[in-house]
Design a protein around this ligand. Sequence first.
Ligand code: PRT
Ligand code: ZN
Length: 210
Amino acid sequence: MKNLKIAIQKSGRLNEKSVQLLKNCGLNFENYKSSLITTVSNFPLEILFLRDDDIPEYVQDGIADLGIVGENVIAETEAEVRYLQRLGFGKCSLKIAVPNHSDIRELSDLNGKAIATSYPVILQKFLTESRITADIRMISGSVEISPALELSHAIFDIVSTGGTLRSNGLVPFADVMTSEAILISKNGIDSNPVVRELMQRIQSVLRAAE
Ligand code: PRT
Ligand code: ZN
C-alpha cells in the first residue's frame, strides 16, 4: 500500500508548530531543507512541504491525504475538505480596520468605499451577507499601508496582537472571522487505519498540552 501524505507549511508562521506536533506524535523525519517531500522513518507517512495557499487544494484533489493549514486559507480557497481536528495554534482574527480618524462609523458607511485585502473571497462573502457594496482592492502583501497611500479607505486583514494595525494608524472596525490551524483531510479518508492511528496520537498530544 502507498504511504499516506500529509502537507504542511514549508516555512512561515505554521511551520514550526506543525513539525513539532508531528514530532510529538513520535514521528521521526528530517525537517524541510531543500527537499519538498520527506519520508517518516517509523510510520507509513510522507510529509510534503508547501506554500500554505496550496494546501487546501492539494488535499481536495487527493495529491495529499491530509494537511495542516489555517482556517482562513481553507475559507479563501473554498476547497472541499473535511475538518478532522482543530489544533489550537496559529490563532488569529480577520478584521476590517479603518484609519484612526476615519468617518467610517458603522457597517453601512462602507458602501461605495475601497477596501484593500489579500482575502477577497472571505471579504466579499461578509459584505454580501451584510448587504454592502464596496470596492475590493486585491493586494498580496503589506495591506496595512494602503490607507496611508490613499489606495483604500479601509483594510481587511489578519490581526493577532493588533500591533501592526496600531503602528499604521489603524483601528479594528469589524470582526469577520477567527482562525486557527486545522488538520484537514479529503472526504472519506478518515476511516483509514493509518489516519485513525495518527488522529489518536494527535489527540493525546493535544490533551497532554491542555
Ligand atoms: O509562504 P506561505 O504562503 O506559506 O506563508 P504566508 O506568508 O502566506 O503565511 P504566514 O506564514 O504569514 O501565515 C500562515 C498562517 O498563520 C496564516 O494563514 C494564519 O492562519 C496564521 N496567522 C496567525 C497569521 C498571523 N497569526 C498573523 N499575525 N498570519 C499572518 N499574520 C500577519 C498579518 O497578516 C499582519 O500583517 O501578522 C500581521 C499582524 O500581526 P499583529 O500581531 O501585529 O496583529
Ligand atoms: Zn500563503
